[in-house]
Write a new protein. Sequence first.
Length: 481
Amino acid sequence: MPAAIEDRPTAQAGRTPLVVRLLVLATFVVILNETLMINAIPRLMESLHVTEQAAQWVSTAFMLTMAAVIPVTGWFLQRVTTRQGYAIAMGVFLAGTAVSAIAPTFAILLAGRIIQAAGTAVMMPLLMTTLMTVVPEQDRGKVMGNVTLAISVAPALGPAISGLILQLGSWRLLFVAVIPIAGAVTYFGLRQLDNIGEPQVSTLDWASASMATLGFGGLVYGLSLFGEGESNLGPSIGIVLAGAATIAFFVIRQLKLQRTGAPLMDLRTLTHRTFALSLALMCIAFLAMMGSMILLPLYLQNLRGLTPLETGLLLMPGGLAMGLLGPTVGRLYDRLGSRPLIIPGSIGIVLSLAGFTQVSMSMPYWQVLALHALLMVSLAATFTPIFTLGMGALPPNMYPHGSSILGTLQQVAAAVGTALVVTVMSARSSSLVAEGVAASSAQLSGMKLAFVVATVLAVATIAVAFLLPNRTNASGEVMAH
């Protein structure tokens, strides 16, 4: 599947190939579901009689499954054709959506979400690998701008779209609404998709697959427990350490397999300096995005008294701006290179997060909207060049491994961001409540501190941005100017 075909007829210069358009649309539909349930937590608690901590698992389990499955996708995509990979991914996603829609109990709903996530996990690496294979190097920025729409805007729009749907009725509508859209995308995709490259027969190292699943899955699970109160602190630290240790053994095994055969995840991708730096910047930026996505709805709903719909509508302009700017940023990247976009983008991320450290009970809503829009626009200016530059620094045979590593660490960064802001906020507000401070004032102070931590971390994106080259050429070599 990832084998690059030099003489393959691609779309006319400057146009996005049909295969990539179809994959972008499918990826948008499946990734949207990662954050679609955030606004539905209160409804689930009432309908299925579960606690808030349990209800959060509809989002946590999705993220956890993505982190566990994505490491195996590099191997999987090498063994199947483009059409087979697409059909399996969308078929599994549709099955999970149907199970979730009719789930009579919370356990079955959770199982449906896990099946959904398994299908979603295949789509992003399939899209990235196909794009890098069929799109000429000089057009990748523009096309990657459309990809940014799918992998960055979809999670940002999830809470807003779910807020609108929940106004109409039950949480089940969130899944019922997705089924015909995903079904149509699957049908038309299979009618139009061509196979790109040839499948390669390779064996799966089951020890590596098990270590990747337990390591990355355990790390995300442990981090997700941090937000569930001090009683879980001991077990969560233990699980995080166990997950990190398993990942260390996984890395050692991959280094050994690189000498003797085919590794599950080829870590030689990390020896390409531009890819490694791009990965670091992407992780920190994604961490900041997910952290703000958790904090802002809590601030607007719990402290300012907005409904889920009002919250969604207030945050929607930022998400839409990010999506609409994606293709424009891509075209600018093709013309100017990465540095004129990534450096201002990383500065914008820091400035917007610094603005959020000043949240108060009386901050004007236009100010919240403006800061959120600045954050989303800055992320759009950063993500598209980062994905294009990082993947472009790799040789074609490493595209599946590069996209697999990128997808896995994106999920880990999302989990770290969520765990970090919730833990900082909870610890600060709990200590203030113990001192006799009012609950709302304590939570506000906790949120401010969480935004301070996110701002400090985001400063690292500026430092990394200055280390990146402006371009890589078609063979993946760095071009400084």
